[in-house]
Design a protein around this ligand. Structure first.
Ligand code: GRG
Length: 282
């Protein structure tokens, strides 16, 4: 992981206070803060800042966007855990938002984080804003989640699975990288290449998530294992088996690194972060 985690955490806490200076209504502030500051890996904001840095941009200009993508990601986790979707009780090592604050407050906290992210992005770069909004919307994360839900209890094709993974997980991750590149002043060509690498990293990230759901340790993961089986979901692993999933996961990461290596970047921070995810245990 990069050195940006502390910077991201510090600014996430600050952005919540900027959005709600009087912390009123307190109940919703508490619910938002609870999940946002619960200690996720901060993968998406790290990729965003590293992409900005790698193209020679000023990282401090990209901090608001790094906070915005983590707020969107956190909202998606809160809603994903709701009884109507995955019905999970643990996340980031703590009771899920609806267990702690009730369903109504969890829905509102997710909505508030999403809207807060848009408020932050609207004050900044329009092109990067569009990139993130599209990835979080129906042509990205929500579209992937929709097909995921429609596919429960069904055998699905590899094509459908790739649609789910690329949109539900890959879209926000790769858009974090392309938005970072845009904020850093990269050319359209470089931004597109970084986005392409991001898609491979997103797919690899989701395959590892599927593997950890079977092989991981729930304490270390901070969430229950075997949730895909519980929710009767087809995954990369259930379709391709553990061995092929492991090989493909490594292969997709390698492809992403090759694409990034082919660019004239200022440093290899993006590659290092992508490679560090190869042996993540959470
Ligand atoms: C709008 C009702 C409604 C629901 C939206 C969009 C959505 C719910 C859910 C999809 C988002 C989702 C849960 C994608 C899974 C991607 C994934 C691998 C999440 C785990 O990410 P990590 O490992 O988690 O980065 P941490 O906790 O480290 O941030």
């Amino acid at each position: 992981m990069s050195n940006y985690i502390d910077e991201i955490n510090k600014n996430l806490a600050k952005s919540l206070d900027i959005l709600m200076p009087d912390k009123f209504p307190k109940e919703i502030y508490d619910a938002m803060e609870y999940s946002l500051m619960a200690g996720g890996k901060r993968v998406r904001p790290q990729f965003l800042l590293l992409a900005c840095e790698a193209v020679g941009g000023n990282v401090s200009d990209a901090i608001p966007f790094a906070c915005a993508v983590e707020m969107i990601h956190t909202y998606s986790l809160i809603h994903d855990d709701l009884p109507a979707i995955d019905n999970d009780d643990f996340r980031r090592g703590k009771p899920t938002n609806h267990i702690k604050f009730g369903e109504a407050m969890a829905i509102l906290a997710g909505d508030a984080l999403l809207n807060g992210a848009y408020e932050i992005m609207a004050l900044n770069n329009t092109l990067a804003f569009k990139e993130i909004a599209k990835a979080a919307g129906v042509s990205g994360m929500i579209g992937g989640q929709t097909v995921d839900i429609l596919s429960e209890n069904k055998e699905i094709s590899m094509e459908t699975l790739l649609y789910i993974h690329n949109n539900k997980t890959g879209a926000l991750l790769s858009a974090s990288m392309s938005a970072g590149a845009i904020l850093g002043g990269a050319s359209t060509q470089t931004t597109e290449k970084i986005k392409e690498a991001g898609k491979f990293i997103g797919l690899a990230f989701q395959i590892k998530d599927d593997l950890l759901d079977i092989q991981g340790n729930s304490k270390e993961l901070g969430k229950p294992t075997n949730s895909d089986e519980k929710n009767k979901k087809s995954t990369y692993v259930s379709i391709n088996g553990i061995e092929k999933s492991q090989t493909d996961f490594e292969e997709f990461t390698k492809k992403a690194v090759e694409i990034l290596d082919s660019l004239n970047l200022k440093n290899d921070g993006l590659q290092k972060l992508a490679l560090s995810l190869l042996d993540r245990s959470r």
